[in-house]
Design a protein around this ligand. Structure first.
Ligand SMILES: Cc1cc2nc3c(=O)[nH]c(=O)nc-3n(C[C@H](O)[C@H](O)[C@H](O)COP(=O)(O)O)c2cc1C
Length: 206
């Protein structure tokens, strides 16, 4: 015969076990859902940025599906393979959008989407992830300033090689008042991405 004290201990033990199982399961489920939601959000942001870089009438394919994996490259600032996205119209190459990284921002890596038309001119640049300072370096975001739109239409020979610098360094690109480090990093990264395109352009649309 089980004493009532022993019964009490058994019931408490069972309840503790039950709560821990239910609790752990809930945490695991929530975490799974959060990871899925983050991935979904990131995909939505990526799509919005991709389509923002190119006028809708310039392409007729699904750029997010027409991707190519590019090996890590110092010219793209990448340590891991990254996807690039191709825009086409009537199957003809129109543009490619690179994932590139400016590693030397004020607060480390600045992740960029860099759209390059088939002729080597820039469709545009967007900063998609960074830790630059609010009120200073974050003027690279389009919702804070137009600074990053200054790359539109530029190419490796416009401006000439020597002018691919911020004005403070004798180049042609505006800096951001009180925050030259961030734009300097991006100007470098964009120029290097254009060099990457020039070297690899033949195989990028295959
Ligand atoms: C707290 C703090 C945060 C800063 N954040 C940035 C930044 O995000 N980007 C940047 O370029 N400079 C930033 N700076 C300024 C740099 O230290 C540096 O002074 C500046 O980039 C040089 O630009 P200037 O020659 O136009 O003054 C920051 C400075 C401080 C003190």
């Amino acid at each position: 015969m089980i004493s009532s004290k022993y019964k009490h201990i058994l019931i408490s033990g069972f309840l503790l076990w039950l709560f821990s199982v239910v609790g752990t399961t809930l945490v695991a489920l929530t975490q799974q859902e959060t990871v899925a939601r983050i991935a979904d959000n990131e995909k939505r942001v990526l799509l919005r940025n991709l389509y923002e870089l190119l006028p809708a009438d310039r392409l007729d394919n699904d750029i997010a599906q027409d991707s190519i994996e590019l090996s890590a490259s110092p010219l793209l600032g990448t340590d891991d393979p990254q996807l690039a996205y191709r825009a086409r119209k009537e199957q003809q190459p129109v543009a490619i959008i690179f994932n590139a990284i400016a590693p030397d921002g004020y607060s480390g890596n600045i992740h960029l989407l860099i759209g390059v038309y088939e002729d080597g001119s820039l469709a545009g640049v967007r900063a998609v992830k960074h830790a630059e300072t609010p009120g200073l370096g974050d003027a690279i975001e389009t919702r804070k300033s137009d600074w990053i739109l200054g790359f539109d239409g530029k190419s490796l020979d416009n401006p000439v090689a020597d002018a691919w610098k911020v004005k403070r360094d004798g180049g042609e690109f505006d800096q951001i008042t009180g925050a030259t480090i961030t734009p300097r990093a991006i100007v470098n990264a964009v120029r290097k991405t254009l060099e990457y395109y020039q070297i690899h352009r033949e195989r990028l649309f295959l």
